[in-house]
Design a protein around this ligand. Sequence first.
Ligand code: DAH
Length: 346
Amino acid sequence: MKKTLEQLKQKALGEIQRINDSEGLKNLETEYLGRKGKITKVLREIKDISEEMKPVIGKLANEIKIELTDAIKTADSKFSGKSSTDKGFFDPTLPGIRSAEGHLHPITQMLERIWDVFRSMNFDIVDGPEIENDYYNFQALNIPQDHPARDMQDTFYLKKEKNKSVGKYGELLLRTHTSSASQVRTMEKNKPPLRVIATGKCYRRDEDVSHTPMFHQFDGVAVDSDITFSDLKGTLHHAMREILEKDIKVRFRISYFPFVEPGAEFDVTCTICNGKGCPTCKNTGWLEMGGCGMIHPNVLKAAKYDPKKHQGFAFGFGIERPLMIKHKIADIRTLFENDARFLKQF
Ligand code: DAH
C-alpha cells in the first residue's frame, strides 16, 4: 500500500509539471484527491490492513495529500491570470490593443475617384433607379423590342402584376447599364446645356472571370449647341489619365451602339506593359475600356430636345475594369467575395 501511494504521488507530480492551464490542474486534483480520486480510493482500503500499519499509512497519505495540494497551488499561480497590473503595476511602454480599422471598398474608392475627376470638369452627378423599365433601359435609347442589341444585355425581369397591362413603359427589369440614368431620364428633366455623369450597379446574365451578374458602370453625357467629337476625345483622354493616374494614350475604334451615331469603342494604353504588348492586352498594347459616341437624334428627340439645335456626346464604361487594370486583379469575382484578406490590400 505504501508503494502504491508513493507511485501515485510520483505520477501526479510528473503530470503537474506537464499541465499548462488551471483547468487541467483542477481536473488532476479531482482525479487524485477528489471523493472518488485515486488516493482517496487507496485510503478507503486502510480498514483492511494491520493495526500497527494503520497510523503509518495514514500519516503518509496525509503528507502526500498536502504535498500534492501545495504542488497544484504553486503550478496554478502561474496561470491564474494575475497580471502585473493586479499588483498595482502599469507599464506604459507596452503596446496597446488596437481596434481594427476599416476602409472603403475598392469599388467605392474608384467611384469616388471618378466623381472627383468629373466634378473638377464641371459635371453634375446624377442617379437613376436600379429597377428600371423597358422604355428607359432600351426603347428610349433607340433599342426597340426585338432589336438584336438586346441580346448582349439579357437581364433579370420582375414578375408582372396579374391582370395589369405593362403600358408604355413596358416590363420592369434590373437595369443593364447606367445609360438609362444619364441619358433620357436626366435629359428629359433638364434643358441643355447639360453635363452629367451617372454611376451605379447594373445587372446582366453573365458570369466568368471578367463578368459578374451584378457590376458597376459609369456613364457620362454632355449636351450643348456646339459639341463635337473632339470634345468627347479631349474629355475622355483627360479623365482616363486622371482616373488611372498614369500618362496613358486613348484610341478610338469605330463601333455600333444604337443610342449614338457615330459610335466608337475607346481603348487606353495597356498599363501593365505600358503599350509594349503583354498577355493582359493580348499583345496589342491597348486595353478596351468602354463605348462612346455622339448622341443619336432619336435619343435627343425622346428627351424632347431639338437635334437641329442641340447635340452632345455620351460615353460609358464599367468600374471593375479600370480597377482590375490599376491593381492587377486577375478575377473580378474576388471583388465581391468579402474576403477581408483581399480587401485589406486596398
Ligand atoms: N451602355 C453601353 C453598354 O453597357 C456602353 C456605352 C456605349 C455607353 C456607348 C455610352 C455610349 O454612353 O455612348 O454596353
